[in-house]
Design a protein around this ligand. Sequence first.
Ligand code: ZN
Length: 161
Amino acid sequence: MHKSLTDSATEQTNIRTNLLLFKTHLPSLPPTYWFFQSLTEPQFDKLLKDLEQEQHKDEKQKIRCKVCGHPITSTQYKIEVNEQHHHFFSNPIGMLYEMGCFSAANGCINKGTPTLEHTWFTAYAWRFAFCSNCFMHLGWFYQSEHNHFYGLILENLDEVV
Ligand SMILES: [Zn+2]
């Protein structure tokens, strides 16, 4: 029996879902073939192609620490805060920073007690954000009651954003 278009679309969606699940759990899975065994050859080819494309896309989108190359964030996490992605600020001792705003930066670790002192974003308390690999100061983590984001110093990242 021929599959309808709808079946085929559903099948592709299922493959995609499985692929994402597979990617997510890959580091914790033993190298078994349970997943591949359930696929037909065309499905398997498509899976590999999807995986390659996704990896290529992920790689292109990564924004890395300029010092050590550790992946910090991704272009997909760029956001606007107060209607701008880029912000220019000077700190109390007159150092000028060009910052980009990101909704997430998984390559950062946040340190220090959140404080509103000298904050550049009203109602947002800040903490320092460092590269979790080499501990270079990369910017600040901002948090308000309902929101949070990273303000990262662009010259410390490998991509001009
Ligand atoms: Zn680093």
